[in-house]
Design a protein around this ligand. Sequence first.
Ligand code: PLP
Length: 391
Amino acid sequence: MSPGNEHHYPVWAEIDLKAIGHNCREVKRIIPEKTRFMAVVKADGCGHGALMAAGTALNNGADRLGVARAAEGVALRQAGFQVPILVLGYTSPAETRLLLDHDLTQTVFDPEQAGEFSQNAQALGRILKGHLKVDTGMGRLGLPAVPEAGEDVLFKPEALEQALNTARLSGIHLEGCYTHFAQADSADKTHARGQLKCFQAFTRALEEKGLTFEFCHAANSAGVIDLPESHLDMVRPGIMLYGLYPSREVDHQAVSLKPAMSLKTRVAQIKEVGPGFHVSYGSTFVTGKRTKIATLPVGYADGYRRNLSSRSAMLVRGVRAPVVGRICMDQTMLDVGHIPEVEIDDEVVILGAQEGELIPAEELADLLGTINYEIVSTIMARVPRIYTDPA
Ligand SMILES: *Cc1c(COP(=O)(O)O)cnc(C)c1O
């Protein structure tokens, strides 16, 4: 459905698939020809819709998909996607059959748990595909490979044995090995380069022991943009596919990204009020002069966070209008006294552009003390996603 098509939703997210296509081609443009491109579409494609994001990415240079959860991979399979899908996060070994039945590749990081996956797969007479994840300094998921302070080695020697033992399990085939950056989006790349050095020393040592992988990979969006030496056999960009830069510190000149999501609503009611008029729960906003208050059918249960109350703005007729009073579960008020032409049913932009004025995800993120990732990925499921023509 294109945004020009008739719909009457009170609040909706417009997803520009051409922008997603463009962003994917930008990834392709800056990675080596032979480097594989896994489009990370976890968390419903960071709120953009995993199925549409995945289809668009695969039509524009991606050759495989990454998800956080097995269920996200299952949904992609049920929608007909046949490319390799890597589950980046935890899955219980009790779900081995689910992974096998949907041909999902599972991240493994713990030798004992990998043993359970292997046993379960063998009991079914099958072999589970896996990628070994190595923790080189993210401190999250991964076989711990970071040496302790003072140890004069590039990686923990025990990790080598653990990786080799995991690779020997006959119910798992380790086709990949990867790590994840903690600070590739910082201006200072010292930590990221240290992680890459640890990872490459580790995979080289495994190679010397006879263990090789089809795919060694490390780069998230920040790595794709700022660390060409991290591109290796494959890259795993997420946020940049949706047109957002992973931080302000990455090189914005390296790629030109177009934000794909706009969030919109409509004016439900307009009230002409005098001074002393109370707005919303707690009456935290009281008008100081004669003005107009517009009521909008969007609230925190759509993902428009209550902490934005009396702090954020929206676009009405191309003009910024401040949110006044508390944001409710399903409704929010704007002061539109300075926008004389405003009418009921007018389109209001919560996130995105209108007549040359812009509210970027970063603006809302700054107000909330968070990052652009959280803004787009927490738009709730009840908000319909309206897609522009496919790219
Ligand atoms: C989320 C994630 C990515 C993508 O990260 P972006 O910063 O969105 O590009 C890549 N790899 C792993 C393991 C992830 O969890």
